[in-house]
Structure formats: C-alpha cells, structure tokens
Write a protein that binds this ligand. Structure first.
Ligand SMILES: Nc1ncnc2c1ncn2[C@@H]1O[C@H](COP(=O)(O)OP(=O)(O)OP(=O)(O)O)[C@@H](O)[C@H]1O
Length: 668
C-alpha cells in the first residue's frame, strides 16, 4: 500500500475507533438510565432486584478503559468489514460497530488460514500504544498471505515488558488455543502444557467464552476458577473483569473447602495418608457402619391414642432408604418422613381425616421417632465423623495398614469435637465427609489451574462440585511439587469423575526465552514424567549463570543484580528458598529498594522477593534465582520446584550460586 493510502486507511480506522467509543458511552448511558429507573418499572421487589443486578452488571460490562483497545482486529468478508473487539458495540440504530471476540463470526479472526479462509479475504490486526491506534498489519488470505507466529503485532505483544497483574490475550489467541477456548460447554478437557504455553490464559478465556454463549444457564449454576494460592489469584483476578465478566468465583481449593480454620500442621506421613484415595472408602465405611437394625417397635402417644409401628415395617423402611443410595443425612430424613407417614396412615384410618401440618411436624420431632432414628440412623456431622476416625483409626480396619493408622492417630484427642485443631489435610477429609452426608451444589463449569498438584482427595472435592458440569483442567506434570503430585493425567481425571476427557498438549511457549527454556529443559529427564518439551516463540532474552566464590557474598551479589535489573523496564523478582526470603527482604529494605510481596497487586514497586513455593503460575521480566541448590534441598520434589522457578522469566534470567549447581543444570 502506498504511504498516502496507508495514512488515509489509518485515519479511517481511528475515526471508527472514536465513533465506537462514543457509541459505547451512549450504550452505557442508556444502561445507567435504565438502572436508575429499574425499580420504578419493575412490578415487584424480586423483579426489581433481579433487574437491578442485571443492569448493574451491564453497566460494569460497558465500562470503557481508555488504555485497552476497544477493537484489535478486522475481518473483510465479501463486501463487509467487521471489527473484532472485547465486546459488542452497536450504533444507535442497533447496527454492529464492533463484534464481541466470542461471537460466532469472530471465530474466523482466530482460525481462518490460507488453507481454510472461511470466507475471509483480509485479516487485519491493529497495533496500539496506550489505547492509541498506531498501526495495522494485513494478511490477504485470498492472495495466499499468512503471517502465523511471525506477526509483528503478536511478537510485540509477547515481548512487551510485564508489570502488574495478568492481562487478557484476546487480540492474539493462537489457533490451537482458540480450539480449547471455544470447546463445547459439555466438553471436559485436560490441557497438558509446558510453562508459559498459555494454559492459564486459555482457562480464563474459556470461562469468558462459555459465559457469553450460555449466560443464563451458567449464571444460575455458576463458574468457578480454582488456583493454587492467593498470590496467583490476585495475579489473574483482573483478566475476567477486563473481558466484561464480573460474576465468576475465583478461589483456592483451601478456601473452597474451608469449613473450619486450620490450626495445626500434619507431619508429612500423616498428610500423605489423609490425601490418599483410600480415605474416601474409610470414611464411607465408618459412616455407614453407624446404621443399626431396628430392635424394638415404636410406640407414640397422641392424645388419648397410642400408635404403634412394628419391627418389620421399621426394618423395611431403613433397608429401602439404604438401598436408594442417598447421602447419609438425606437418608435419615427420608426414614423420618416415612415413619411419620406410617403414623399418619394410622391416624387417618382411625379418624377418617388427614392430620394437620402442625400434627405432622409434631410427630416428626416426637421423642419415640427421634429416639428410633438416633438408634438406627444416628445424626452425624462431618466433624464428628472425622474426629471418630482420628481418635481411633483402627475403625478403618484393613483399609489402612497399622502404620498408616498410627500416622493419623490424634496424639491427644480434643475434649470435644468443637475444640479440635484441624490441619489442612483434615479439611479435605471434612469435605469428603460432608459430601457423604449431603449433596454438594454443582457448578456449571470449573476451571482448575495447576491441577498436577491435586491429591486424589482434593480432586474428589472438585468432582463433587462439578458433578453436573464440565471441567477445564490445566497443568503440567513436570511442575508437580506436592508430595502426591500426579505423574499421569488419567489418574486425576478418574478422581475428578471425568475419566474420558481428552488430554490436549500445548507446546508453544509465549513467556520464556529460548535460551532459558533450553536450561530448564535439561531438568526434564530427571523429573520422571513423560511430557513434551516447550518450544519457545521467543528468540530474544538473556541468561546469565553467575558463580559466587564466597557464600558470604551471595546476598550482596543478589542485591547488585537487582540494582542492575532496575536499569531495564519491567518487573524484577528474586526467587529464593523460603527460608532465605525474610533475610533478602531485609537486605532490600536496608538498601532503600522499594519491594512488594507477590499478592500485593496494588503496589507500584517493581521488585519482589518471592518464596520458591509461591511462584507457580507467576511471571516477571527479570528473574534472579538465589542459590538453586537450596531450593532443591528444601523439599522432596525440589528438582520439580527448580523447573518451576527457572521458567518464570519473560526477558532475563540470572542464576546466582555459591554452592554447586544441581547436577542436571551443571555447566561444564
Ligand atoms: N496467544 C498469546 N498471545 C500473547 N500472549 C500470550 C498468548 N498465550 C499466552 N500468552 C502469554 O504468555 C504468558 C504465559 O501464559 P500463561 O501464564 O497462561 O501460561 P501457563 O501455561 O499457564 O504457564 P505456567 O505453566 O507457568 O503456569 C502470559 O504472559 C500470557 O499472557
């Protein structure tokens, strides 16, 4: 295109952007007006509240962030040009000015190719600087032009320095990612992806896509995102709201199942037993062994009458309810209702009238009925069940070895269940117990990130919450650091109740530069998992492995590296074994270098010291790794942890060591 035509074209696009922004403002204005008059037009309080919620969400959705481009692409199909952006924008006549990236037509923006142009003659990508449209890049698919990953705009997006929380990738979703994002709501998928291949991004965009397509259904059932820790959740928390989705629950697993505060810590052997899938069977067995055969008839006084229910119908009632396979507490109430039904029948027979509601209520709580239930189908709480097991683990019988039983036995049982000091693993058991007693509400869709670290019992907690919905499972077996981390996705998928979900690999890395990937990949053979290596899209980036002769100098060298890194743009993270973190933070403070903690997304500080155990899923422009040997030595799966640590860098990685480097990454 000649330069003058280019200028005209650019200015036409800028005009379209300005007009689209104005149209969005008008849409928001109309939504606000409706919001403020909503309660006047709604017929009743309930409708007013529903309408209010809907309109409040709509107003939030239509917020315009001047730094985020309203559209990022254009498709020319036949004679029409369609701009593709973060949300629908229509003019006053209702004609589209920008198509939501999730609309069916927008799919071609991500998937059309020379081989399969899908009717697209030209695909245009726009370049922006701080919300200003500054350039565009065309692919004339009808003339056989296709840029793929060599797109300048894609490269710029991938290489941009990272500061603050994670951003959306709608402008540059790649075809293999798009296939996952747009999979059917009913499809459960497991994504095995090397570090930085966009798993988290895919999961979040899939949630946004499903909400767009199945809004009403998913609003009722809910969408849940499960992440490994609060630092990670803070990091990703802005992505869905930027995509207009403000009603998604984002939670760690511990928060999700946290029915009691954690007040104690398990020794590793106890935690290992408690996370083992056999515990599900143990709890089930202990719970149902509480049922007892009815041994006496029930006699119920009722005014001048006495009703009697014989042993035989009582036994039948208990057996039938047991066979129905209901959760335990539901079964207990079912038996109660049936016993009251038997009393009702006798009363009706005698009086010829149906008894009143209050009579039925009285009978259901009357001493002999409750006494019968307490004897044959006693009330149980999750806490009482788990406490029974931990007080005397021999109730597990041969489901656990004697050694395992001893490992979980309470050294000093609490005086009352209420004062029990639960551990994190106990919460998983309490949740399992709660699931045996009552049915858990199922979300419509659950996205689980860093899923390789789920224990079988944790996977079951998620299975209960997605029984009637689908799952997007994201993870990397090579990054498994929990003692029970999986080495095979099929195993976790089985525990999640989705044994047939396909396992789809992602291998193109968007974060870590090639040289850094090459170093990290040297660890892979030592990790004992069979996963494809990452291939980096990034040819740029620096790697420096810096030996420090005197261990006493290591901290000072680290500080010097931080100062040097601050000369560049972007975020700087010192990643160290957890035990060294406070000391390193102290050095930074003493040196007057402003620094933050990883969950403080509000902070303007560019530097953080991050404990190795908290860095999963996060990324920084410049990563300074402090003493890899200490990181490896700190835990059982130390090499896996080091693999996670080495794959956090976007632009530069410096590895400082005074001790010898761990064998797989030793440099001759
Ligand atoms: N298609 C894309 N276009 C631009 N950037 C992308 C794309 N896909 C991923 N990225 C970027 O690459 C980085 C890594 O993505 P993400 O965190 O989703 O990877 P991950 O596979 O979850 O990594 P990890 O295994 O380390 O948790 C992020 O900055 C993300 O925005």
């Amino acid at each position: 295109m000649p330069v003058s035509d280019l200028d005209t074209e650019l200015s036409t696009e800028r005009t379209h952007l300005t007009e689209s922004r104005a149209a969005l403002r008008r849409m928001r204005g109309r939504a606000e007006a409706l919001f403020s008059t909503g309660d006047k037009v709604a017929g009743d309080a309930y409708t007013a509240e529903q309408l209010g919620r809907h309109m409040a969400r709509r107003v939030k959705e239509l917020a315009d962030d001047p730094d985020t481009p309203l559209f990022f692409g254009r498709l020319d199909i036949e004679e029409n040009a369609y701009h593709v952006g973060r949300r629908h924008v229509t003019d006053d006549a209702g004609e589209p000015m920008v198509l939501d990236w999730r609309a069916p037509l927008s799919r071609s923006f991500y998937r059309a190719s020379v081989r399969d142009p899908q009717g697209v003659s030209t695909r245009r990508r726009f370049g922006f600087v701080k919300g200003e449209l500054t350039s565009f890049e065309d692919e004339h698919l009808d003339r056989g032009e296709e840029l793929g990953t060599s797109s300048r705009i894609l490269t710029a997006e991938i290489e941009r320095p990272r500061v603050g929380p994670m951003r959306d990738i709608v402008a540059t979703i790649q075809p293999e990612q798009d296939e996952l994002v747009r999979a059917e709501l009913s499809d459960s998928i497991c994504v095995q992806g090397a570090p930085g291949t966009g798993k988290t991004a895919v999961g979040l965009h899939r949630a946004a896509f499903l909400l767009y397509l199945h809004r009403e259904r998913l609003r009722r059932s809910g969408v849940l995102i499960v992440g490994p820790n609060t630092a990670f959740l803070s990091y990703i928390s802005a992505v869905l709201p930027t995509l207009g989705e403000v009603e998604v629950q984002q939670s760690t697993l511990d928060e999700l199942i946290g029915r009691a505060p954690v007040k104690a810590v398990d020794p590793p052997p106890a935690a290992a037993v408690k996370h083992d899938v056999r515990m599900a069977e143990v709890l089930r067995k202990v719970l149902w062994s509480r049922l007892a055969k009815p041994s006496e008839p029930i006699m119920v006084p009722d005014g001048s009458y006495r009703w009697r229910i014989d042993l035989e119908p009582l036994r039948r009632t208990v057996d039938e309810a047991r066979r129905e396979g209901l959760p335990y507490s539901v079964g207990r109430e079912r038996v109660r209702a049936r016993v009251v039904g038997l009393l009702q029948r006798q009363s009706e027979y005698r009086s010829g009238n149906s008894p009143s509601e209050s009579w039925l209520r009285k009978m259901s709580k009357i001493g002999p009925v409750t006494g019968f239930l307490d004897a044959c189908w006693p009330a149980v709480t999750p806490e009482s069940l788990v406490a029974e097991l931990l007080t005397d683990p021999s109730v597990a019988g041969d489901l656990l070895t004697e050694q395992e039983q001893e490992a979980i036995r309470w050294v000093k049982p609490p005086k009352a269940v209420k004062s029990a000091k639960w551990t994190a693993a106990d919460l998983v058991l309490l949740d399992e117990a709660a699931g045996l007693l009552e049915r858990e509400n199922s979300f419509g869709h659950v996205v689980v990130d860093e899923a390789q670290d789920l224990s079988p019992m944790q996977a079951r907690a998620i299975a209960r919450r997605s029984e009637h919905g689908s799952i997007t499972l994201l993870g990397d077996l090579a990054q498994g650091t929990a003692p029970w981390a999986a080495t095979d996705w099929r195993e976790i998928l089985g525990h999640l109740g989705k044994p047939d979900a396909p396992v789809v690999p992602l291998t193109v890395g968007f974060r870590v530069p090639e040289a850094v990937v090459a170093l990290a990949n040297r660890l892979l053979p030592a990790l004992g998992v069979n996963v494809p290596e990452a291939v980096s899209l990034r040819r740029d980036g620096d790697l420096a492995v810096i030996p420090v002769a005197e261990p006493a100098d290591l901290d000072a060298r680290t500080l010097a590296e931080v100062t040097a890194a601050l000369a560049h743009e972007g975020s700087v993270a010192v990643i160290a074994a957890d035990a060294a973190v406070d000391r390193l933070r102290g050095h930074l403070t003493a040196a007057g270098i402003e620094h933050a903690t990883p969950d403080d997304v509000e902070s303007e500080a560019r530097v953080m010291v991050v404990p190795a155990t908290l860095v999963k899923g996060l990324e920084y422009d410049h990563v300074i790794v402090h003493e890899p040997a200490d990181i490896v030595a700190a835990e059982l799966r130390g090499l896996n942890r080091l693999y996670v640590v080495l794959t956090r860098a976007v632009t530069r990685l410096s590895v400082l060591h005074a001790r010898p480097l761990p064998e797989p990454i030793k440099i001759d």
